[in-house]
Ligand binder design. Sequence first.
Ligand code: SF4
Length: 183
Amino acid sequence: MVLDEKDNRNVWEKIGDYFSANSIWMKWYCTGCGAIELPPTMTSRYDMERLGMGPMATPRQADVLLITGYLSTKTLRRVIYSYEQMNSPRFIVAFGSCTINGGIYYDSYATIGRLDKYLPVDLYIAGCMPRPEVVMNGFNELIKMIKKGQAKGWKHYQENYEWYKKNQLDSLGEVIIKDEFHE
Ligand code: SF4
């Protein structure tokens, strides 16, 4: 999500972004079939750790929430709760066509269409399912975006929380998140 091209960061924010970009811990939320592409991305063939990336056990310690395919409405609730537990700056990468427009489940009553109606997606990796090469390209792009201060989804979420919350409630009926977090 590139919200504007103007770089308003101060020097400390630039330094912070530089180091964030070189040490990315991910919480993988393996929802759809695309998750099967993660093991080759992580292991010796593509070896994502050489870019300073790796999996993290809990969202509280993660920088990136990685969502790997279609989301049922039930799963969306858990994904929102996971995102809310992460510290800022926090980033979302969504891969697979299903996260972009619903993919082959576009007309299903049980899945959501566009993920970015509910949470701020910084980067989409398109495909059904995206190959590890494309996933690695996506991660490289995310690193560049963070370094340039262009991965601002978490700020957009704070500033437009009412809009996101309305969409979440319209779809789920209830989302228990402490409002004071967003004040
Ligand atoms: S985009 Fe394709 S591979 Fe990914 S979850 Fe949807 S149907 Fe499965």
